[in-house]
Design a protein around this ligand. Structure first.
Ligand SMILES: Cc1cc2nc3c(=O)[nH]c(=O)nc-3n(C[C@H](O)[C@H](O)[C@H](O)COP(=O)(O)O)c2cc1C
Length: 328
């Protein structure tokens, strides 16, 4: 069983943290599809310290999402520790994760995210400080390095372990790669062999079979799934089932896809107001519609709709196309 500190995780399938995606509405939906652990989108340490209203709203966690890992990012020890302490005392997150992978210049310019990957000593110092300040287990999510000339994944993961970190999640790409090229799973195996805390492998798990292959080829303790779960919580369910039984479940029907998309929409409306939720849901709807017959017909309309009823009408019209085909 995957165990992070004293948090027991019922299977090896982890939803990756994704900014602008992994809020409570999506996490809860993915949790219901069987994820062992869900990760929240990254939250700014300074936003927490300054009690920024939008940031505070990002800390909301439904009890049903647990166990949950809440990720913070920052580049300065003082604010990172203060933010971690706040999350520790004031949220029902189970795990505090530190972001060491975000490649975006806005973040790395502030010495946060992937910038840390260049300095294992800084990693040790910062993680130690956070670990000392909180009771919840602390973990780190990192990329394998800054660029091809600076791949310090082994040293960096060992620094996390020495500092008292309870697990590492490793995305097998460098910062410079962004999302290009193929994730390197060899480095995941190398890091797994060099630390004693759990290692969660990440990068390019697109199918349940990929998840099994990553576990087998790298020996990692869990698999983290990001983009393949966008508009597709079935990916999580099918992976859990495949790892447990070796059976590949059918892909969902269009009706099932649209129903879950509407459930996700309603949860987002409950979390934010309808206007914001519907606009935010447009990108999710496009992901749910991937591969659905007739989706091109409604894509523009979805990108312009502003109300729940409009969006639900469009989604239902696609499911009806499928139902007509089946009946016909
Ligand atoms: C839209 C999006 C947002 C992301 N936001 C975060 C984030 O907030 N924190 C983080 O550590 N990684 C973030 N990532 C990286 C993912 O967690 C993951 O490492 C990456 O997508 C590779 O995994 P995959 O191939 O399964 O997608 C994000 C990725 C995407 C696509």
């Amino acid at each position: 069983m995957l165990k992070i500190g004293d948090i027991e995780i019922k299977n090896q399938v982890v939803l990756a943290p994704m900014a602008g995606v992994c809020n409570s509405a999506f996490r809860l939906t993915v949790k219901e599809f069987g994820a062992g652990l869900v990760c929240a989108e990254m939250v700014s340490d300074k936003g927490i310290v300054l009690k920024n209203e939008k940031t505070m709203n990002m800390l909301y966690i439904d009890e049903c999402e647990k166990p949950l890992s809440l990720q913070i990012f920052g580049g300065e020890k003082k604010t990172l520790v203060e933010a971690a302490r706040f999350v520790d005392k004031n949220t029902n997150a189970d795990i505090i994760d530190i972001n060491m992978g975000c490649p975006v210049p806005k973040i790395t310019k502030c010495d946060a995210g992937a910038k840390w990957l260049l300095d294992p000593d800084k990693i040790y110092e910062m993680v130690s400080a956070v670990v000392e300040a909180v009771e919840k287990p602390v973990t780190v999510k990192m990329r394998m390095g800054w660029d091809d000339d600076h791949i310090f994944a082994v040293k960096n993961a060992q620094a996390v372990e020495r500092a008292g970190g309870k697990a590492v999640a490793l995305h097998g790409r460098t910062r410079v790669q962004m999302y290009e090229g193929k994730a390197n799973w060899d480095i995941i195996r190398e890091v797994k062999q060099s630390i004693n805390i759990p290692l969660i492998g990440n990068g390019d798990v697109q199918t349940p079979q990929d998840a099994k292959r990553m576990l087998e080829e790298t020996g990692c303790d869990g698999v983290m799934i990001g983009r393949a779960a966008l508009g597709n919580p079935w990916m999580i369910y099918r992976t859990v089932q495949y790892l447990e039984t070796g059976k590949l479940m059918d892909e969902p029907t269009v009706r099932e896809k649209m129903d879950v998309c509407i459930l996700h929409l309603d949860r987002l409306i409950a979390l934010k107001d309808e206007y914001i939720a519907v606009r935010e849901m447009r990108k999710h709807a496009a992901w749910y519609l991937k591969g659905v017959r007739g989706n091109a017909r409604v894509r523009n309309a979805i990108n312009e709709c502003n109300s729940r009823d409009e969006l639900v009408g469009l989604l239902n019209s696609l499911a009806e196309v499928e139902e007509e085909v089946i009946v016909g």
